[in-house]
Design a protein around this ligand. Structure first.
Ligand code: ATP
Length: 227
């Protein structure tokens, strides 16, 4: 029986007092790759934020990688985030240090202390995204696609059970988007669960996966032809 990574029952998503999405019922199993699509302002980011507990779950039931979104407290959030790898559109690398030190910073912040182990882990994740030789470079010395690959490497540092990617190709040209997508695809083929919000229909057609659409305060599965 495959493991459930996300389970939402009758969930509503609010931004302040405004209802953005409601009646969300969803199950994501280990190893799935799921897209979240929808027009600007339809609630994709709000949905993703609910999953990583940036927006509190006020209505409905939600479980994500063993955490109960309804009952979890502020102090539990860092522990949830350690089980997730989060990738944003704007990379969010620290500009004042090189790639190795960006990754080391995250490892130290999440409790790693052994220098040798940290170095091995950094090499391992950079290799996974094809950036093994670039660890000494600063973010501004890398292209957008390379920076996003580093951001994906950073998301892999703590072997997350789920990767949440919010418009990861939003700042990239079509060719670079495909390269970044290939990295995500490979990570998924190695068993990692991925939920990715995107506007990029070309990518969805090229790499078809289960697709959820946000529209009219609802989120529902669509088949390729209907996108
Ligand atoms: N911090 C906030 N405070 C209040 N309202 C917000 C906030 N963030 C988003 N909203 C509102 O919530 C709605 C959904 O926004 P959201 O960012 O989730 O949409 P989206 O589908 O991700 O859009 P985009 O594709 O442009 O990123 C919009 O009406 C937006 O104005």
């Amino acid at each position: 029986m495959s493991e459930t990574i996300v389970q939402l029952e009758d969930v509503s998503v609010f931004q302040r007092e405004n209802l953005i999405l409601n009646e969300i019922n969803l199950e994501v199993k280990k190893g799935e790759f799921v897209y979240v699509i929808g027009k600007t302002g339809s609630g994709k980011s709000s949905f993703m934020k609910t999953l990583y507990a940036d927006l509190p779950l006020k209505q409905g039931k939600g479980k994500i990688v063993d955490f109960d979104l309804k009952t979890m407290q502020e102090k539990d959030i860092p522990f949830l985030r350690r089980k997730l790898g989060i990738v944003f559109q704007d990379f969010k690398l620290l500009l004042d240090r090189n790639i190795n030190n960006n990754l080391k910073f995250v490892l130290k912040a999440t409790g790693w202390t052994d220098s040798g182990k940290m170095e091995n882990k950094i090499e391992e994740v950079l290799e996974k995204v094809g950036m093994k030789t670039k660890g000494f470079k600063f973010p501004h010395e890398l292209s957008g696609g390379e920076q996003q690959r580093v951001a994906i490497a950073r998301a892999l540092l703590n072997d997350p059970e789920l990767i949440l990617a919010d418009e990861p190709t939003g700042n990239l040209d079509p060719q670079t988007s495909v390269e970044v997508m290939k990295v995500l695809q490979e990570i998924n083929e190695n068993g990692r669960t991925i939920i990715m919000a995107t506007h990029d229909y070309a990518l969805i057609l090229k790499y078809p996966h289960k697709t959820l659409k946000c529209d009219g305060s609802k989120i529902f599965e669509v088949i390729q032809k209907a996108i």
